[in-house]
Design a protein around this ligand. Structure first.
Ligand SMILES: Cc1ncc(COP(=O)(O)O)c(C=O)c1O
Length: 468
């Protein structure tokens, strides 16, 4: 009898064999990466990789999934390497990656309860847990969505509904609107304004102080500027923390300003809301409990794979207004927490809650709180060490786990050259940013396996690259 190849592809025994081999391969990879036995970011550029993964798919395909995975592992950026100190993406806990596999396997797509019963219940629970951690009380809630950018958009849509009325959704706003936000805010705020049709000009940048924190006394002049241009201010956004330097805006005075002017107060806590889990550092978020909405990325500081972002609302009813739309083929009722798609950008979405719920359930919140504390501590230690070196300049004493610094021997071109040299030898992966028009090297300490010793070596590596 001829076997049916499609049916055979679903064989449980075949999956068992491939799956065991894959887990063994990933475990070996994890051992090599965490031991630092691979370059952090392989040197191959885009053209070489395009060549390695060509758009040629012959029939029959090659049965060697393992060989393909080996090439994927080899060519990727190794976030589990202790010397990965780059962008704000976590080295996921292996068990969280396994939970993600379960999600991919079941593919319960969430839009309506019936298509994702367990993940819907878990989503509600993690959202309620996170809401309570930022200090929201009874009646709070929210949703999970695909990343901080989508989260900020969701929150600002709710802000517009709350402050400019339902007409803004159906007719477009009758009067130009405005949002006040620090000049250090993540670009997704301005992007959201454009997506919403408010236009980039609707975003009024509020100046920051020497620590790159929004200056509360600059809010009123920004509001006046917006009003003098005939715009109605609907929202003020605080960053907790900012992307470039990890600075926490002073949320208390921003909350007070929002109250005085009856504005929506949104906190972009994509990176730093996780400080709420740390006994030592939760004070950085003082005032967050007064926000109308908070965005919190679990894939940044909660050790789970991308993407899993919570959009939290102090008043959960507001979350039903962000996307005030009806689709009768999907949603029969209103305000049913168990049907999530009316409240999210996504229709179909991954079982986003699964990795986060499982880490919280199996490790406990204190485990994650300790992780946050450790990384924030390490950044302070690193910055203090840099300050003791006469040839280094630190942009600002870190509040979170982000450190920006420069080698004093040269200008912007030197900093860029240092980074390129380090990347080309694969010893570290670090990034760069511009602060007050000067280029700084930037590290984010995401990987809990990074040690002070690694960072001492980073200082030496930067020196060598400056000399080379
Ligand atoms: C403060 C802040 N907001 C939003 C984002 C965007 O998050 P995502 O990359 O998950 O879309 C980032 C990402 O770095 C961020 O730092």
């Amino acid at each position: 009898v001829k076997t049916d190849p499609i049916r055979a592809a679903f064989s449980a025994d075949g999956f068992r064999a491939t799956g065991h081999e894959l887990v063994d391969r990933l475990a070996d990879y994890l051992a090599r990466a965490t031991a630092g036995a691979v370059p952090v970011l392989p040197a191959a550029g885009p053209a070489a990789l395009a060549e390695l993964f060509p758009p040629r798919f012959p029939d029959p395909g090659s049965p060697s999934f393992g060989a393909l995975v080996a090439r994927v592992l080899e060519g990727s950026n190794h976030l589990h390497h202790p010397r990965y100190v780059g962008h704000q993406v976590t080295a996921p806990l292996p068990e969280a990656a396994l939970a993600e596999l379960v999600s991919a396997f079941l593919n319960n797509s969430m839009a309506v309860y019936e298509m994702g019963p367990v993940s819907t219940a878990m989503e509600r629970s993690v959202v309620l847990f996170l809401a309570s951690r930022v200090g929201f009380g009874a009646g709070s809630g929210g949703v999970l969505t695909s990343g901080g950018s989508a989260g900020n958009l969701t929150a600002l849509l709710a802000a517009r509904q709350a402050k400019a009325g339902h007409d803004a959704w159906t007719e477009g706003a009758a009067r130009p609107l405005a949002i006040l936000v620090s000049e250090q805010a993540h670009y997704s705020i301005a992007r959201s304004a454009s997506i919403m049709g408010l236009g980039k000009k609707a975003v009024f940048a509020v100046p920051v102080d020497a620590a790159f924190k929004l200056r509360p006394e600059a809010l009123e002049p920004a509001r006046r500027r917006a009003e003098s241009e005939g715009r109605r201010v609907i929202a003020v956004v605080g960053s907790a923390c900012s992307t470039a330097t990890g600075s926490f805006d002073p949320l208390e005075p921003i909350a007070e300003f929002a109250r005085e002017h009856v504005l929506w107060f949104h906190v972009d806590g994509a990176h730093g809301a996780a400080a709420a889990l740390s006994e030592k550092y939760r004070g950085l978020l003082r005032g967050i409990e007064r926000a109308d909405s908070v965005v919190w990325d679990a894939h940044k500081m909660m050790l789970v794979p991308s993407l899993a972002t919570a959009v939290l609302f102090r008043d959960d009813a507001r979350s039903y207004e962000a996307f005030a739309q009806e689709a009768s083929y999907l949603f029969q009722g209103e305000r049913e927490w168990w049907n999530v798609a009316p409240r999210t950008l996504e229709c179909t979405k991954r079982m986003m809650s699964l990795p986060l719920y499982s880490v919280l359930a199996t490790r406990g919140p204190a485990f994650l709180g300790d992780y946050v504390t450790r990384m924030f501590d390490l950044a302070r230690t690193f910055a203090a060490a840099l300050r003791r070196e006469p040839d280094f300049e630190v942009a600002v004493t870190p509040e979170a786990n982000i450190v920006c610094f420069r080698h004093r021997a040269g200008d912007d071109v030197l900093q860029e050259r240092i980074r390129r040299r380090i990347l080309s030898d694969g010893s570290f992966y670090l990034v760069q940013t511009k602060l007050a028009d000067r280029v700084f090297l930037r590290v984010t300490l995401m990987n809990p396996l990074t040690t002070e010793g690694d960072l001492t070596q980073l200082v030496e590596t930067v020196r060598e690259a400056a000399r080379a």
